[in-house]
Design a protein around this ligand. Structure first.
Ligand code: NAD
Length: 493
């Protein structure tokens, strides 16, 4: 860790109440309102942040619209825009330790994982810059009697609303294609984790991204978020978060005919056939469910295990989960940090109670965890087991809780995987690769992984379907194309 990072973080946090970034200027909400963001590992206040109203959000969208029309950003050749965006990525990389500390403190992320998230932003940005250089933006059409071409152009100002679990990484996944294609952006981070987005704005200003191209607005979902989603000047809307809010966002966008992309929750399954290495698979799935305290939308939270290995697999998981070191996210020995807020902790504990009340067996108790010297929002990992009609097997818990269920044959396993309304990501585990590939294509979701879970790489599309999302995904050339509008230009000969 660089020696300067802690003092840079302290100086950043001392500038309270923190202002939003609109049209290249740091602004406060017109009514002076603010909200508090806490360190979930201690429960203590990190900073006061400006809470914008609908009128403030309007200013931000107007600024993004003006920047699109007047700065030359939209018309800039892709390679020139790429130079500026590489400078942004360089700025983020140079400040990786500062940003990782900010992210770790605000989101309760283990520092090392936060470093990975910030690096992922950099890599994603560079990937989409490369794409923008290679996509053919003008394609001549061979149509008799016409001189014709299709042209790909940016849309205009685009809105982005983010959740609190991967604040900075998700900003990268979503704004990188939009910016590389020449759009301007208004970013609204979650009220639990607004800080890394504000630091990004600081870097954008330092590296000379034209004023109004990147705007960061802060505030509550019901006010700032709702006003952004409903703004008629936005040409595209991207929402990552819960299905409940996603539905509201899609409704208001529908009224304005604003195309909307939703990345929502999940209730993924891992299907474990009896030919697997039980210990190695337990290691992988325990790692996945405890990563960021299970607050990962694409996690495998339903573990479907073929009956002959069920007991052995459960034992292997229980012994590993009992050893997971729960602690403060900034301590090196910590393997699992806090959950993001007291509200989230209560949600997890309530699901444990409701699941048992509906008859689930508590295989590993879990529940609240005490961390000496830190009054944060900690839980222990836990395991439930039973039928998939249980509330804890149907609804997204978003914590370190997995639900176990045995199965007998392939067909039954597929039916169990597909018994959910969600459709984000599942995995199948088997040494029989023909069977694994067959099952992978029968599991109804945006992503099927084989002998692994949570696999991401720029270039592999990631998307949810059904209750897990709509309107496209992220991390691939398709996303870039999504942020361009097609135009046909025709001259009869
Ligand atoms: P959330 O839906 O409560 O909030 C997400 C964002 O929406 C926040 O910025 C919030 O301020 C804003 N918001 C709240 N009410 C709003 C409204 N009425 N109008 C507009 N915006 C509003 O979600 P969360 O609790 O922050 O995040 C957890 C959820 O996100 C989980 O369901 C998780 O699965 C999902 N998620 C999905 C993905 C994915 O890629 N599919 C990635 C990460 C998280």
């Amino acid at each position: 860790m660089s020696e300067n990072a802690p003092s840079e973080v302290a100086s950043f946090l001392s500038d309270s109440p923190m202002k939003a970034f609109v049209g290249g200027k740091w602004v406060e909400a017109a009514d002076g309102a603010s909200f508090t963001t806490n360190d979930p590992g201690t429960g203590e206040r990190l900073a006061e942040v400006t809470a914008m109203s609908a009128a403030d959000i309007d200013q931000a969208v107007q600024a993004a619209d003006k920047a699109f029309r007047t700065t030359g950003w939209a018309e800039m050749p892709a390679n020139e825009r790429g130079v500026l965006l590489h400078r942004l990525a360089d700025g983020v990389e140079k400040n990786i330790e500062t940003l990782a500390r900010i992210e770790a403190l605000d989101a309760g992320k283990i520092l090392e994982q936060a470093v990975g998230d910030i690096q992922n932003f950099v890599d994603t940005m560079r990937y989409f810059i490369d794409i923008s250089l290679h996509v053919q933006h003008r394609v001549p059409l061979a149509v008799a009697g016409h001189e014709a071409r299709t042209v790909r152009l940016p849309w205009g100002p685009c809105g982005f609303i983010f959740p609190w679990n991967f604040p900075f990484l998700l900003i990268g996944w979503n704004i990188a294609p939009a910016l590389a294609a020449g759009n301007t952006v208004v970013i609204k981070p979650a009220e639990d984790t607004p800080l890394s987005a504000l630091y990004l704005a600081k870097i954008a200003q330092q590296v000379g991204i034209p004023d109004g191209v990147i705007n960061v607005v802060t505030g509550y979902g019901e006010t700032a978020g709702a006003a952004l989603a409903a703004h008629p000047k936005l040409k595209r809307m991207s929402f990552t978060g819960s299905p409940e809010v996603g539905r509201m966002v899609a409704e208001v966008c529908g009224r304005n005919l604003t195309p909307v992309k939703l990345e929502l929750g999940g209730k993924g399954a891992a299907v474990l056939f009896d030919d697997i290495d039980v210990e190695a698979t337990a290691e992988s799935l325990v790692g996945a469910i405890t990563f960021h305290s299970g607050q990962v939308c694409c996690d495998a939270t339903r573990w479907l295990v073929q009956r002959p290995i069920y007991d052995r697999f459960v034992d292997a998981c229980v012994s590993r989960l009992k050893q997971v070191q729960v602690g403060y996210q900034m301590d090196e020995a910590t393997q699992m940090g806090p959950v993001v807020s007291e509200k989230q902790r209560q949600r997890i504990l309530n699901y444990l109670k409701k699941g048992q009340a509906e008859g689930a067996e508590l295989v590993l108790e879990g529940g609240p965890a005490e961390v000496e010297g830190h009054k944060g929002s900690y839980v222990k990992p836990s395991l439930l087991a039973g039928g998939l009609d249980n509330i804890a097997a149907r609804e997204e818990i978003f914590g370190p809780v997995a639900y176990l269920s045995p199965f007998d044959d392939e067909q039954q396993a597929i039916e169990m995987v597909n018994s959910t309304d969600y459709g984000l990501a599942n995995s199948v585990w088997s040494t029989d690769l023909s069977r694994a590939n067959r099952v992978a294509e029968k599991m109804v979701a945006g992503n099927s992984w084989i002998n692994a879970h949570n696999v991401f790489a720029a270039g592999i599309p990631y998307a949810g379907i059904n209750k897990s999302g709509m309107g496209g995904g992220v991390l691939s050339i398709d996303t870039y194309l999504d942020y361009t509008r097609g135009l046909s230009v025709v001259r009869p000969l």
